[in-house]
Design a protein around this ligand. Structure first.
Ligand code: ZN
Ligand code: ZN
Length: 160
């Protein structure tokens, strides 16, 4: 039974992180910490960005929870920390590897989910300034972006 609850805590923490990441991106990164996020929108190189500081900022709650959860004999905190850690990994894979291709290990895909997340984030980067952004989430893709990739899909199926 404990295993099931532990897994549930991981899943809940993971899903909550998408909401927290959205809020942080919308109100903190495009808010009072814009100076750290700015080069991700305006710099072109993607080598090392000030924006990478957010990896450390977002890793901290995970490390704290893992540490105290471990000391408390693997209580819920450990699994909440695991969920946050896994979200961080997923975010890194999707945002930095799949979308921005900072490491050239994943470049092409016909998968419609990948096309949709790429499109949604491209729309986020269309805005170079702090205000009037859109698509602040990462793994969850709004239906309007799914619709954008559909015509392309029918075209491929129709072998055009
Ligand atoms: Zn942004
Ligand atoms: Zn980006």
């Amino acid at each position: 039974m404990k295993v099931l609850i532990d897994m549930l805590v991981i899943i809940i923490a993971f899903c909550m992180m998408e909401i927290i990441a959205w809020l942080a991106h919308r109100y903190v990164m495009h808010g009072f910490l814009w100076q750290l996020h700015k080069d991700h929108h305006q710099g072109a190189s993607h080598r090392f960005e000030r924006n990478d500081t957010f990896f450390i900022i977002f890793a901290l709650p995970s490390i704290v929870l893992l540490y105290f959860g471990l000391r408390a004999d693997f209580n819920w905190m450990f699994f909440a920390g695991t969920g946050i850690f896994l979200y961080g990994m997923a975010y890194f894979i999707v945002h930095d590897i799949i979308i921005h291709q900072r490491f050239k290990i994943f470049t092409r895909s016909d998968n419609s989910y990948i096309k949709a997340i790429r499109w949604a984030h491209k729309m986020h980067h269309k805005h170079l300034e702090k205000h009037n952004g859109e698509s602040f989430g990462m793994l969850f893709v709004n239906r309007k972006y799914w619709r954008k990739i559909k015509p392309e899909k029918t075209m491929n199926n129709g072998k055009i």
